[in-house]
Design a protein around this ligand. Structure first.
Ligand SMILES: [Zn+2]
Length: 447
């Protein structure tokens, strides 16, 4: 499928953003970048509490009395959880029509509608007003642009800043960033990645944005000489960025990738200049449902006090967040994370003991000189392992590492079954670790 725009280039669509919108985005940008200054974490949390109270008072609600909700509850009662009375059927119809036509500009009464890739079964749907879109754009630009990129945008005599966005779906969200100073190319992941190489090479984007698995594929192409990109900044979105992937990207492009932690539920975090992932606590309040006594991991329950179209009030996410051992030295008092462990069902359970994704990832990384990629799935008491470019030695090394891992947890080693690795479907999220059996449940302690 090819698509053409007014300039006749596939994928890159021109969109004119009104000056007023640009000014608004600029204002939000400045406020995000320079506006909020908190002396310490306590000051940030006090400010958050005031924002929460203010938002809820207007609705006659008390935060602690609100029930905790999740995706299935919101989808079952969609109209109640958005202020515009949009039904799930309406939202889904528009979002799916956009997905089919690959034209993502349609709106529903001025609202942007988007669909999240539903790897865990059901699609997530999001609704954003134009103001919320601007907030998103301003925030993301403020967080990801370095001062050189900023200078380039603000200097009319310099070429526009080029951003390459490799995603499954384009969105009005991204059009918001597009202007005469920001050239924004959307590369559709439902087309073969190789089909974009020529354009990627000729456009030479300064900012490369895509899911970790896609960036990894680009890095492989770069190393093999099929791509020759010189991005100044790389951003991983929509998937957790593995430490091994981050290192690989840095080796290939010479730039340390940053990451944005974003979901249908909102803009939840971004990495700072030191590479630490911080929660977006200037917009979202995070309650912690702790999973261990050491309080190193939690499932977040979020309340977004900047969004009013779709209400995110005490909304429980599927993710497991790992807290960084030390506060970040960058000065941002927002909570620093060691990582996001993707969907919670990627926590494997053997005899009631949780095996967290980062533990499993480390074991696989230790064994991984022999193979290029891997996947692990638990099915009851069996562990199904897929290795990309498998070999006898690779299987032996994986067997050794996993045996050591289970020994550390004083667990008997499950039955290890090796098979071949399967690349994720185009546009699908990469999930290396999956829990297939419905009978095994994560056993978390709630503090
Ligand atoms: Zn930091």
């Amino acid at each position: 499928m090819t698509r053409t725009d007014s300039r006749g280039t596939s994928g890159a669509r021109a969109a004119v953003v009104p000056v007023s919108d640009l000014l608004a985005a600029g204002f939000l940008f400045c406020r995000t970048r320079w506006g909020y200054r908190f002396r310490n974490r306590a000051a940030l949390l006090r400010w958050q509490q005031r924002r929460l109270d203010k938002m809820l008072q207007g609705r006659g609600l008390h935060w602690r009395e609100l029930p905790v909700i999740d995706k299935s509850i919101v989808l079952a009662d969609f109209e109640r959880y958005n202020s515009q009375g949009v039904s799930l059927a309406e939202a889904l119809e528009l979002a799916k029509a956009s997905e089919r036509s690959r034209d993502f500009r349609a709106e529903l009464d001025g609202l942007t509608v988007g669909l999240s890739s539903g790897t865990s079964g059901r699609h997530g749907v999001f609704l954003l007003s134009s103001t919320e879109r601007l907030l998103w754009a301003g925030t993301i630009l403020a967080r990801v642009l370095d001062s050189a990129a900023l200078r380039q945008i603000l200097s009319p005599w310099k070429p526009a800043l080029r951003i390459a966005f490799l995603l499954r779906a384009d969105s009005n969200l991204y059009n918001t960033v597009r202007s005469s100073r920001v050239a924004f190319d959307f590369y559709d992941l439902l087309e073969p990645l190789e089909s974009h190489f020529e354009k990627l090479n000729s456009r030479q984007a300064e900012l490369l944005i895509g899911p970790a698995s896609v960036l990894r594929a680009l890095a492989e192409a770069q190393l093999s000489g099929r791509l020759s990109l010189r991005p100044r900044k790389i951003l991983s979105v929509a998937e957790e960025l593995d430490e091994s992937d981050a290192e690989f990207l840095e080796r290939s492009f010479g730039v340390r990738p940053g990451q944005v932690y974003q979901a249908t539920e909102g803009l939840l975090g971004f990495s700072c200049r030191l590479g630490t992932l911080h929660l977006n606590e200037q917009h979202v309040h995070f309650e912690q449902e702790w999973l261990d006594a050491e309080r190193s991991r939690f499932v977040p329950i979020i309340t977004d006090f900047t969004r009013s179209t779709q209400l995110m009030l005490r909304y429980r996410l599927d993710d497991v967040l790992r807290v960084a051992e030390h506060p970040c030295r960058c000065g941002n008092p927002a909570l620093a994370l060691a990582g996001v462990d993707g969907r919670a069902d990627a926590v494997l359970v053997f005899d009631g003991v949780n095996i967290f994704p980062d533990v499993l990832r480390r074991a696989m990384a230790l064994a991984s000189t022999e193979f290029q990629d891997w996947s692990v799935a638990q099915s009851g008491k069996r562990l199904l392992i897929g290795l990309r470019a498998p070999s006898q030695e690779a299987e032996e090394r994986v067997r050794d590492e996993l045996t050591a891992l289970f020994a550390r947890y004083r667990l008997s080693v499950p039955k290890l079954e090796f098979g071949s690795w399967q690349a994720p479907a185009p546009g699908a999220k990469l999930r290396r670790i999956q829990l297939l059996a419905a009978d095994a449940r994560r056993e978390g302690s709630t503090a």
